[in-house]
Write a protein that binds this ligand. Structure first.
Ligand SMILES: [Zn+2]
Length: 81
């Protein structure tokens, strides 16, 4: 099974269309439940995390830009090798 990763601010594609016709949602709150906002009509809904993961197809745009970034922003010395 594929593991889905998403984070706050991501634009995700849902399996089911919103009544307004759009199926793109923006994650605006994360927690036990996830609040998503419809990109089409700006309506927001709160869905349980499990349900969200089931209904979400994929992340269209990640807020961070990069999905996998090595943690730690300590300035390492790029010189001498
Ligand atoms: Zn909508």
């Amino acid at each position: 099974m594929e593991r889905k990763s998403f984070q706050l601010g991501d634009i995700v594609l849902m399996k089911k269309n919103h009544p307004c016709g759009s199926n793109e949602m923006e994650i605006i709150r994360m927690g036990m439940d996830i609040r998503i906002k419809c990109v089409g009509c700006k309506h927001s809904v709160l869905v349980p995390r499990a349900k969200f993961e089931k209904n979400m197809r994929k992340v269209l745009r990640s807020a961070a830009g990069n999905e996998e970034q090595p943690g730690g922003s300590a300035p390492t010395n790029p010189a001498n090798q």
